[in-house]
Design a protein around this ligand. Sequence first.
Ligand code: ZN
Length: 246
Amino acid sequence: MNKIIKTKAVVLKKQNYGDSSLILSLYTEEEGRLSAILKGARKSKTNTGAILDPLNLVEIVIYIKKSREVQLISSADLISNYSLIKDDIYKLKYAYSSIEIIQYLTSEEEKDEKLFKGLVRILDLFNKSEEISSVIFCRFFLFIIKEMGYQFSFKKCAICNSEDIENEELAFNFELGLLCGNCKADHLTVIDISKELFEFFFCLRNNKKIINNAEYLSSKALYFMETYLKYHINSFNGLKSLKLID
Ligand SMILES: [Zn+2]
């Protein structure tokens, strides 16, 4: 079915194509992720090309033909270019990591309004929030792991079901899940979960403020989540954008 729609979209990738056109990867509110072309963008006097820089939130009119791999953009208006993100290399690193993970984990043309809202919300937070960017990204990473169906539980020991575990030195086994101090002795574990890291995840899940050691704990949490995803998705090699700067 062919249709013309107007939708909000976040630009994930932008590439020059031919003499004057642009090929974009977009995460749209109405159609999920899709590839689209804007013809003549680099010759236009109105600078539509710059409106479609990666990370930007735009409103586009797009002509969709299901049989085509690349859809046709007829117009694009800027909603936000998140200028505070682009002025700060740390914000940029984590904002790029967010669009990279969307690009990687979503399928084309699968609408997911919750994911779209989550992505826009996280870009707003990177742009305006005082919270450390790495912690904001941890919140998003956890959200997307859950949305994509790879959720893990930190509520109780996966073997003995004990919930009274917050004061123990825990560990994680990618097949079984979280293991308490007693049970971990009998199983192969991959990653130790310190008391502080356990609390950090608790705060992320419950939207609480992270007070101590935020930088250090977010790097531990990111390592955990990346390793966890690599285990579950063979083709996933980690996020390139996270390696931009240390
Ligand atoms: Zn146990």
